[in-house]
Ligand binder design. Structure first.
Ligand code: ATP
Ligand code: MG
Ligand code: MG
Length: 406
């Protein structure tokens, strides 16, 4: 129980992880910039100021902790591999050296597979999990993208293979004239393209993995409920628990598929699985995050004794309790999560804060981040006896946030 967690990245996911770790008496040491959101809620002298892609800083963190984990997948996995396989060299006061064992959870192999979206898709396909048909761009030229356009048809989604988040790395190519702009926007990045997924709904499922090995045995994965997610310009905007219009059976199929996908990976932890429910009724995986996820914020209020953040802590420490039917139930019938994105000015969202506080069943989470246009700076979760009531409560806030959009 008294093992210390080292966290690569100190953004809002790390902040909410620390908020879950504090009451458990579990220490989290963070590697990220000074005053990052996670550091703001977790005063520790040991925190390291620096970047989670800096191998020396990652080693420095490893020396102080027992388990390393991530709140972002865009980290240096080579140093994580060495640490996981060999341990970390520590110098004692007398000058002698020894190798200290440090776990990396989830495995560096999982983080490396996921951080390149094309490799991730290939991995999923090889494990029998359907994804949108994808093809790599061999070079960033108009001719190559025209070739891809002929292969996939239009529209197609051009994506950066690495360092993508919140749609920063996606460009929808609606027709051949868009290709030039797409190459300008994604300039210099390694690219691949996905066939356009015609979906009727986007779904997401948080899954906890409790064993190190890859598994097809469903006893070592635990799933949260299926939620519906709404994205605008490739950025998550709203999450509905339960999904608004789909039958229970599809929700269960989504949970089963998400558990299968996470079972194909290595190591322990919490994973966010994004899915498309296609027009023809088929479910395919969009992508997996090897960490807590925006679509799982609702668990703080809907699963208050086992949020996705608490699950991450307990699973990486190997102390996750069992759950009947390997599912973590929501204790409220419905919830809606709404992201707050920065508006045109630094104070554009002040009214959103004021109105959220005035709703007794709304939980406001501001991340302590400087507001910038389009940046995720907070979220609100409303809980209610019915989805209809939750919608009524949140709808003025959706309008307000829509109005401040930069
Ligand atoms: P995240 O913040 O979730 O990590 P990301 O930058 O990794 O986002 P994706 O998840 O790849 O981006 O895509 C973001 C959104 O763009 C999806 O949720 C979906 O709405 C849309 N999208 C992605 N791929 C496709 C596709 N092949 N066809 C149609 N829409 C797509
Ligand atoms: Mg992503
Ligand atoms: Mg995504």
């Amino acid at each position: 129980m008294n093992r210390t967690i080292g966290l690569l990245g100190g953004g809002q996911l790390g902040q909410m992880l620390c908020e879950a770790a504090n009451p458990l008496g579990i220490k989290v040491v963070i590697l990220d910039a000074e005053n990052s959101p996670a550091k703001q809620v977790n005063a520790k002298a040991e925190h390291i100021a620096g970047s989670f892609v800096d191998s020396e800083k990652i080693r420095e963190l490893a020396r102080q902790v027992d388990v390393l984990t991530v709140e972002i997948e865009h980290v240096d996995t080579h140093v994580l591999e060495v640490i996981a396989e060999m341990g970390i060299e520590v110098t004692k006061k007398d000058g002698s050296k020894y190798y200290k064992k440090v776990e990396v959870q989830p495995s560096w192999r999982t983080i490396r597979t996921i951080q390149d979206k094309f490799i991730q898709k290939d991995h999923l396909l090889q494990h029998g999990i359907q994804v949108a048909y994808s093809t790599p761009a061999t070079e960033n030229t108009i001719a190559e993208l025209q070739r891809i356009g002929k292969d996939l048809g239009y529209p197609f989604m051009l994506k950066a293979r690495k360092d993508a988040y919140d749609g920063r790395g996606n460009f929808p190519v609606m027709s051949p004239p868009d290709i030039k702009k797409a190459l300008e926007v994604l300039n210099g990045r390694e690219l691949y393209a996905e066939k356009w997924a015609h979906f009727k709904m986007e779904l997401a499922v948080m899954v906890v993995k409790t064993e190190d090995a890859q598994t097809t045995d469903s006893s070592s994965t635990i799933s949260y409920p299926t939620v519906e997610t709404i994205h605008e310009d490739s950025v998550c905007k709203i999450v509905y628990l339960p999904p608004r219009t789909i039958p229970k059976k599809i929700q269960q199929q989504a949970q089963a598929l998400a558990r299968k996908a996470v079972g194909s990976l290595w190591g322990k932890g919490v994973f966010g699985v994004e899915l498309f429910l296609l027009d023809d009724g088929k479910l395919v995986v969009n992508e997996i995050a090897p960490r807590p996820h925006n679509s799982g914020h609702y668990t703080i209020e809907a699963c208050p004794t086992m949020s996705q953040y608490k699950s991450q802590i307990l699973s990486i420490l190997g102390i996750m309790p069992p759950f009947p039917n390997n599912t973590i139930p929501a204790v409220v019938p419905s919830a809606i999560m709404l992201n707050i994105l920065g508006g045109a000015s630094k104070t554009s969202h002040d009214e959103v804060i004021r109105q959220s506080i005035a709703i007794p069943s709304a939980a406001l989470h501001m991340y302590g981040k400087e507001s910038k246009p389009g940046r995720k700076i907070g979220h609100i979760t409303v809980v209610a006896p019915t989805l209809h009531e939750a919608e009524t409560l949140i709808s003025p806030l959706i309008t307000l946030i829509g109005n401040i959009r930069a």
